[in-house]
Design a protein around this ligand. Structure first.
Ligand code: HDE
Length: 713
């Protein structure tokens, strides 16, 4: 494992470029913004030691002036985010589909900056909100910057950009009281969802474990829209982009999410940072679902409808390369906050489609950067600069930081020799794909976009039993937090159309009945989109019984890399038992942390002192993936004396995590609510470390869940 300080590492063209804008502070004098050395930054200039402060004090004014302007507007959506640098590498050229350098040149390491985010919460909100996660990647390619601005779910809530402000206004804190923060469980959101059946597919994904990832490094990413790839001959193929995480797709439970939000609301941000600092670089493979243009209409849904996915069983995902994130930002504000993603940033070889949601996004992102970053020159901010120089006749404006040379700022010109000059398509000039369109100008939605129940039903059918239980729990929680009865009834009516059993279970938890009909509020005031029957004129379609790829039960369970293992110890713990388990876990890449009754150090039974990673007072079981307790009489006495250790184990058991104990620690289990220690695939008393490791890699022992439910933790 690499232990090199990653912040010092410079490996890509973008890293080199950013380095030129990076300022070192070590062993350097403090100066004003004008470069004047300062000899007192603690006291203002006054008339007498107790006297009034003087207007003359330029040092005070400069310092306070900067402070007054330190904040910029947070993103209207995706305000809470974490980013990292890295690179993308192509495995094999796919020139038959795309002429883009990034898809044809296998010798390149294309620099990337990725930013992951929640959607609804403010900048300082919890990482563990039940929400979609943004998955935005900026590729600094030699031909210009390409932004793939996606999410961790393959579909979106709405079909037309026109509805985006309504969707977001409904999910954001309610306007009269600014409650709730980073939560969809409130009346306005469900008012909108229940009146907008097209939201149901993305919504059921949000009710699934996908909305509460264990780590940003353990979630998939999707470009969502159908895009186009264009090859050298100008031939186009439709494409959907997928990111597949090397570590598999894993989640926490809702009970953990709620508790993590209190114990460490930076859980995902810290996890990403720590993994990179430890040299465990997160990796995703990029996959493409490619559909020939002639097959555009062969599906039971419209490829341009962003509320539909193409099941992987129908069009397999072709893996073409990988992204590795290997460097944390030097400065959060300068990089993660100021990075400006725009779906409109593309390169030759990739192009848009007419997906009406994508079309609206092409306008929105550039526009929003202006209010966020304060100038249309935001492309000159180091994190946003392309790796090649940007040269054109668009000049001046706030914060022009470059000095464009020459006498001409127009085209065509003869005085400047025609420069900057145009490039032919052969020379790399961008040419929009020439799609033939013969249509009336009309404000409507295509009928091919109707059918809002087939895919949510496919998703639900494809889940394992434990995933389905979590979906029931999520709907019950969310609707249970709503006050208005007719909204809940309408939701139950719609859920019933997805799956009758699901609706029945949710209704029971709400203490309600599934209504057999609802009043269709179709009138000018509400809008025809709320008419469920018109939106679903046909029966639900079943084009696949199940799509196993949609279930997290079928993800990769082979690795325990970066899994956090809590070792509960007091003075006198058994060194030999601890060492055997620790060595085995660390060999597989897990992170072993000592939790003791106090901070500082603990002494093992061989008299060695060990640094305590966290005292039990400062940590919680929900921050860990598994628990190990070595033997040692006095150690077990010490942890038995503090009830929080018992709570720690009870809770880990409740969350179906792997637990292993050795020697005297077996007696400790008697303090806990674990009634039966036999016959559990993830509970080990003096077991082999290999079996423990396997159970951790399995992530959870869901077979335990009935017993676990009964644990009062
Ligand atoms: Fe966004 N979205 N979005 N969005 N979106 C923004 O741009 C918008 C949509 C996504 O880490 C904003 O720079 C409209 C789909 C991500 O900086 C804004 C519509 C998908 C991020 C905006 C959508 C996304 C944003 C706010 C409907 C998945 C965070 C700040 C037409 C494919 C990027 C900003 C980052 C951010 C508008 C729908 C993903 C306001 C109008 C669909 C990951 O421009």
């Amino acid at each position: 494992m690499k232990s090199e300080k990653t912040s010092k590492k410079v490996s890509t063209k973008k890293d080199e470029q950013l380095k030129k804008s990076t300022i070192e502070y070590e062993n350097k004098p403090l100066t004003t913004r004008q470069g004047l050395k300062v000899n007192d930054t603690n006291n203002s200039l006054k008339a007498g030691a107790r006297g009034a402060t003087l207007l003359e004090d330029f040092l005070l004014r400069e310092k306070i002036h900067n402070f007054d302007h330190e904040r910029i507007p947070e993103r209207i959506v995706h305000a809470r985010g974490s980013g990292a640098h890295g690179y993308f590498e192509l495995y094999d050229s796919i020139e038959e589909y795309s002429k883009a350098g990034i898809f044809t040149d296998t010798s390149r390491k294309t620099p990337v900056f990725a930013r992951f985010s929640t959607v609804a919460g403010s900048k300082g909100s919890t990482d563990l909100a039940r929400d979609v996660r943004g998955f935005a990647v900026k590729f600094y390619t030699d031909e210009g910057t390409w932004d793939l601005v996606g999410n961790n779910m393959p579909i979106f809530f709405i079909q037309d950009a026109m509805k985006f402000p309504d969707l977001i206004h409904s999910v954001k804190p309610e306007p009269h009281q600014e409650i709730p923060q980073a939560a969809s469980a409130h009346d306005t959101f469900y008012d909108f969802v229940s009146l907008t059946p097209e939201t149901l597919h993305n919504h059921i994904w949000v009710m699934s474990d996908r909305a509460i990832p264990r780590s940003l490094r353990m979630m998939e990413g999707f470009g969502i829209h159908t895009f186009r790839l264009i090859n050298k001959e100008g031939k186009a193929h439709f494409v959907k982009f997928h990111w597949k995480p090397k570590l598999g797709v894993h989640s926490v439970t809702w009970d953990e999410a709620v508790k993590i939000s209190g114990a460490d609301s930076d859980f995902h941000r810290r996890d990403l940072w720590d993994a990179i600092e430890a040299g465990h670089y997160p990796e995703w493979e990029l996959g493409l679902q490619i559909v020939p243009e002639e097959d555009e209409h062969k599906f039971d849904f419209d490829l341009l409808d962003p509320t539909k996915l193409i099941p992987e069983e129908m069009v397999p995902v072709k893996i073409v390369g990988k992204m590795v994130l290997n460097r944390n930002p030097e400065n959060f504000f300068a990089e993660t906050e100021q990075v400006a993603f725009m779906p409109g940033s593309i390169v030759p070889g990739i192009d848009f489609t007419n997906d009406p949601l994508l079309q609206g996004r092409l306008f929105s992102y550039r526009d929003t950067q202006l209010s966020r970053l304060g100038t249309h020159n935001f492309h000159q901010i180091p994190i946003n600069k392309p790796v090649g120089e940007a040269r054109n006749n668009q000049r001046d404006g706030h914060m022009q930081t470059e000095i464009p040379k020459g006498r001409t700022a127009y085209f065509p010109n003869s005085i400047g020799g025609g420069c900057p000059y145009l490039s032919s398509v052969e020379e790399g000039g961008f040419e929009s794909y020439q799609e033939r369109i013969d249509a009336n100008k009309i404000r409507t939605r295509s009928e091919s976009f109707n059918d809002h129940f087939s895919q949510p039903a496919l998703f639900y059918r494809s889940l394992s039993d434990w995933e389905k239980e979590h979906v029931v729990g999520a709907y019950s929680f969310e609707l249970g937090k709503c006050d208005i009865k007719h909204i809940k009834e309408r939701m139950l009516y719609l859920i019933d159309k997805i799956d009758a059993d699901l609706a029945e279970k949710v209704a029971k938890n709400l203490g309600m009945k599934v209504p057999s009909s609802i009043e269709q509020p179709v009138n000018q005031a509400i809008g025809a989109d709320a008419d469920v029957e018109a939106q679903q004129p046909t029966e639900k379609k079943i084009y696949l019984d199940e799509s196993p790829k949609l279930s997290q039960a079928n993800t990769d369970f082979s690795s325990i890399v970066t899994r956090q293992i809590a070792v509960l110890v007091g003075d006198g713990f058994s060194m030999s038992q601890f060492k055997t388990v620790k060595d085995a876990l660390e060999k597989e890449g897990a992170m072993v942390k000592l939790i003791a009754p106090h901070g500082g150090t603990v002494t093992c039974d061989e008299g060695m002192e060990h640094k305590v990673d966290a005292s039990i007072m400062t940590t919680e079981s929900v921050l860990f993936d598994a628990v190990y307790i070595p033997g040692g009489k006095s150690s077990i006495e010490a942890i038995s004396a503090q009830a929080k250790f018992t709570k720690f184990v009870n809770e880990s058991y409740k969350h179906c995590k792997a637990i292993a104990v050795n020697g005297e620690a077996e007696a400790f289990l008697k303090n806990t609510a674990i009634s039966d220690i036999t016959g559990d695939d993830a509970l080990f008393v003096n077991g082999k470390p290999e079996a423990f490791i396997k159970a951790i890699a399995k992530h959870r022992n869901w077979k335990r869940r009935e017993k676990a439910e009964k644990i009062p933790a």
